[in-house]
Design a protein around this ligand. Structure first.
Ligand SMILES: [Zn+2]
Length: 65
């Protein structure tokens, strides 16, 4: 895990928590990270486990080649 700047307190953290994932229309989206202290102050939007569960849910059309 690389260091990221917390979007709330602007402090570099080595344990960044993804709090916002913007999908760009024409390119890679921007990802906003917060430190572990600030993360609880953000509404929960995406967690790796949630994304994982969505990807393997029955009926989901996503299927790896
Ligand atoms: Zn912070």
């Amino acid at each position: 895990m690389t260091n990221q700047i917390c979007v709330r307190c602007q402090t570099s953290t080595d344990k960044p928590v993804l709090v916002r994932d913007e999908h760009g229309a024409t390119g890679p989206g921007r990802r906003h990270y917060a430190c572990s202290v600030c993360a609880p102050h953000f509404p929960r939007q995406l967690s790796p486990m949630a994304a994982f569960e969505m990807a393997r849910a029955p009926g989901n059309e996503y299927a790896p080649p």
